[in-house]
Write a protein that binds this ligand. Sequence first.
Ligand code: SAM
Length: 338
Amino acid sequence: MNPSAPVDLLGRPMHDLRVSVTDRCNFRCVYCMPKELFGRDHAFLPRAEILDFEEIERVVRASVGLGVRKVRLTGGEPLVRRNLETLVRMLAAVEGVDDLTLTTNASLLAPRAQALADAGLDRVTVSLDALDDPTFQRMNDVGFPVTRVLDGIAAADEAGLGPIKVNAVVRRGLNEHAILDLAEHFRGTGTTVRFIEYMDVGHTNGWRLDDVVPAAQVVAAIDERWPLEPVDPDYRGEVAQRYRYRDGAGEIGVISSVTQPFCGDCTRARLSADGQLFTCLFATSGHDLRAVVRSGARDDDLADALRAIWTGRSDRYSELRTLETVEVPKVEMSFIGG
Ligand code: SAM
């Protein structure tokens, strides 16, 4: 580990940086950006408030100096940001970034996968909540078809952006049947599906604990059909618990941030599109790095600002989650980046 890498008040190093490049999205997933709240008159961030690529690169460079090795581009939908390939090229050139990835709904991925790979992107994670159009369209709420997401996944695979992960949020009453469909479809393909517990991020999705399908239930359902065995985590802070099919057809993962919180190993920081640093997905406010960057700060000053934020960090929301904390207004996932 980098000797100058700081740890926070709970001894956690900063290893991952998630960079939200836009708060806009072309989907209106009911659990993330419900149409009623993100309609035509929703005020997205004005362009001047969004970090430009040079500003993002400076923050990434500074965070790498403090120990970050993994950078994930997200949003909103990152591929709606123009010329994202240029940013990928800039970040791929930052020494110390060992893993440069993108989380996307894949709606715009097929024609751009090769260019992203050529620019230096290592991998993609694709969000896909069901394999049948009625369910998927009920979830994305813009009538987007499954086939085009699968085309995006195929193009990414061909461009070498694997191993690909597919993220599926499971919400009770909406897509529980998709658990076995997705597992079956991706078994033996080298693509790992990760089932995510529906979380109380933001405060617009009307989250209720009853809507959460516990990860243990997901594992049990798949195990009953295709027996599974647990796999050790690759590294401290790995978000998903991994399982492999006993018949050798690959792996699945579950992300159980509600039923089995993993704050103790959380090594992630999140940069919003307007340059605020959040040290918890469930934070109520961020730290304004854009002000630091735009004040003419030198690289050392930026690194000092980041270090001060990280070393002062003590959040562990998921471990403290109670019915009361669910009511506290939190920042939206589409803003902070998933
Ligand atoms: N637009 C991109 C995408 O669809 O992957 C990136 C941003 S999206 C906010 C990132 C991930 O967060 C997606 O996999 C999405 O399903 C997940 N997500 C959003 N709201 C969630 C919630 N309430 N609980 C669990 N996961 C959620």
